[in-house]
Design a protein around this ligand. Sequence first.
Ligand SMILES: [Zn+2]
Length: 420
Amino acid sequence: MALATYLVLGNDRQPAAGAASTAGKCVLSGKPREICIKDHARDLERRYRAKFAALPADEQQLAYRIAIAAVRQIAQHEYAHHLLLHPDRIASGSIARIDAEFEADFYAELSGIQAGEITGAMFYFFDVLADMEDQSKAMQSPDYESAGCRVNNFNNITAAFGIMPTMLVAFASGGGSSGDVTPEVEFPKRARELAESVAPELLAKSCGRLSEAILREARAELASLTALMAEYAHLFPKRVSKLELDEPEVFPLIERLQEQARGFKHIKGLAAGVLSNLVTRVGLAGAQAKVSRQLDAVLESTADDILSGNYGNFLDVKASHVLHNTDGPVATRIDAAKTLFESAVTFQPGVSNSWANLAMIAYIKGDCRKAAELADKAARTANDDVRGEVESVRSVFRNGISNPKRCAEAGARFAEEWLR
Ligand SMILES: [Zn+2]
């Protein structure tokens, strides 16, 4: 459905209108709604398949990114019902079901925005659903916001945030540049635009559940985050291939970002996403130790406010610092670091560095079987440029499995070298 909407927005509406009419008849015939929605999706696929296949590869990729974000946000919507205690709150009458639906949508959208996903991705799912709903009164229920309402909500949110969250996260990670679109150009330009314009008013057809005040506040936070990044726009390398960030000014930026995020009410997670990307790149430049000292505040203050993946990244940096750069007996450092690395992979299973360190720690403790298992996880999550190296370390551990005594001796020798 999301892929079809992508084509509909490219002004190819006719097939979608035909599909909506068929779907409306399905609902009117009394068939269960989930069957009609599935049939509607299949019908859209049939009508648009060839046209989608004819799109250029980069457009197809963008459409898939939107569709994947939409699916993730729909799952987050369901999760939000639990997180926000909707079953209890509805039962006790403290929130109406229809408002709970809106609250869950807003939670899902805001999470997507903070993760740097394409803003308003769920719109792409609900837009064609709204067409189907328009065909049949039977689709409209006072207990649920109509898809048409939800589409307007998503449009309001998109109007308030625009492309900036996606851009902030992409630029902070070293990506997102193309042609004239570079951090040096975009950060100052967008910061000016955000400062000079007011938050757009809600669409007249909105269903009224979206709080204009909250959107205004969140947008003001976005404006100050963008303004801060604009002050440091010159730090961002022009070459996309240069990921390392080692200019001394990056450290005050990291400090100020954390300070700013503490005052945020709505987009702490977005600030943490930007910070997490910067910290990763500082780490690539070999300054992990230096940056990790700055991260204690973020680790203590925002565990509940930021996305788990970013939190896992911070823990990984902190753990490396504890292992390699603190004073104290080696055994104590190893145990403290191990706990932190284990938390890091719980929050962010894709952080290869933590898996690799856990493998080394198992090796030091003389357990080659466990070391090989952990190194395997490190290899699966590694970047292309280090995967080979990780795989060769994994073979060393695998070879040690058959001879535990030799494994333990080699592990102990390695520890002396590694943790001097
Ligand atoms: Zn729901």
